[in-house]
Design a protein around this ligand. Structure first.
Ligand code: AHR
Length: 324
């Protein structure tokens, strides 16, 4: 009882939203034999994230797993508090999508000492100590950045002058921001005509994407391409481009990452030129892994999701069935 109160107080102090999505909540790994999973989500910053949260909540229900869910509002300290509260509650398994790559050793050692297995989902951490977690389930973000770069070099292959690129980065220090930047840079650096003239974080949100694009449009006399690390920032930037009297997709070509419905619609409408997919529907695979690690079974060190890319024709074809 005291421990429960402590966990609730710690969560409240950190401004966390802690929810039990399924079942009534036992204190030692689940009531009535159900596995209890503590999931520390990044936040609700994007359409991708909303789809990811729904996938996790729905599939926990389907799998009969008791889910304790928290939203860290894009703050690492909130995620650390949530993980500590799950340790106090003695959940069977902890899973989380780390806001940033660094700074997880202390809290993950606490989970390890408490014998609670941890699964990383969506985003990785940069610790060399692989014993701190059982597995990683998610995308190859470097490959996604490379795909964006390959589209660009094909699209502008015959251009003779300098190609000016502006980049909207994701959350500073996060795996998708670091890796998508690197993958893209690795490809375009092969030809000096490609130049990133401005690069700044838009924090993976529509509002910030719009705000930063407004600043780019004021400071840069010639922008040929926008590379956005996610769709929400690209969609915000489209508003800024249109407000500046330019035509997105024509005056400024746009490539982004995710593949949410709104972006596929913008691609179908010719306002975005290319979308690299990042799959948020990780819930069913995650629940399988939770069951396996809870049973002490071994799991692969890394599981990557299968992803595609969209041009205008494939976006139009995919839209009627798109779930998110
Ligand atoms: O970690 C995945 C990224 O996080 C998605 O690309 C982005 O939309 C989200 O906020």
């Amino acid at each position: 009882m005291l421990k429960k109160r402590w966990a609730a107080a710690a969560a409240a102090a950190a401004g966390l939203v802690l929810l039990t999505a399924c079942g009534s909540g036992g204190s030692s790994g689940g009531s009535g034999g159900a596995i209890t999973l503590g999931f520390a989500q990044v936040g609700a910053e994007s359409g991708w994230r909303t789809a990811n949260t729904k996938s996790i909540q729905d599939s926990a229900k389907t799998a009969g797993i008791e889910l304790k869910f928290s939203d860290a509002q894009q703050k690492q300290e909130n995620q650390i508090s949530a993980i500590r509260s799950y340790i106090q509650q003695k959940v069977k398994v902890i899973a989380f999508s780390p806001v940033v790559e660094s700074g997880w050793e202390t809290v993950l050692k606490e989970a390890k000492t408490a014998n609670i297995p941890v699964i990383l989902t969506d985003r990785a951490i940069d610790s060399p100590d692989k014993t701190l977690y059982k597995t990683f389930l998610g995308s190859d973000f470097i490959a996604e950045g490379k795909k964006a770069g390959q589209w660009l070099t094909k699209e502008f292959g015959s251009a003779t002058g300098q190609v000016n690129i502006v980049e909207l980065q994701g959350t500073t220090g996060s795996a998708p921001a670091n890796d998508r930047k690197k993958g893209f840079a690795d490809v375009i650096s092969a030809d000096p005509k490609y130049k990133i003239v401005a690069s700044q974080t838009g924090e993976f949100t529509r509002a910030k994407g719009k705000e930063v694009m407004e600043a780019f449009l004021k400071s840069q006399p010639k922008i040929d391409v926008l590379y956005a690390h996610n769709d929400d920032m690209a969609l915000g930037a489209i508003e800024a481009i249109e407000a500046a009297g330019k035509v997105p997709g024509k005056d400024i070509k746009i490539v982004s990452v995710d593949g949410v419905k709104d972006a596929l619609q913008a691609l179908a409408d010719g306002k975005i030129n290319h979308v690299v997919e990042c799959n948020p529907l990780l819930g069913p695979q995650l629940m399988d892994l939770v069951k396996k690690v809870a049973a002490g079974e071994s799991v692969p060190e890394r599981i990557e999701t299968q992803e595609t890319e969209f041009d205008q024709a494939s976006a139009k074809a995919a839209l009627p069935q798109r779930q998110y």
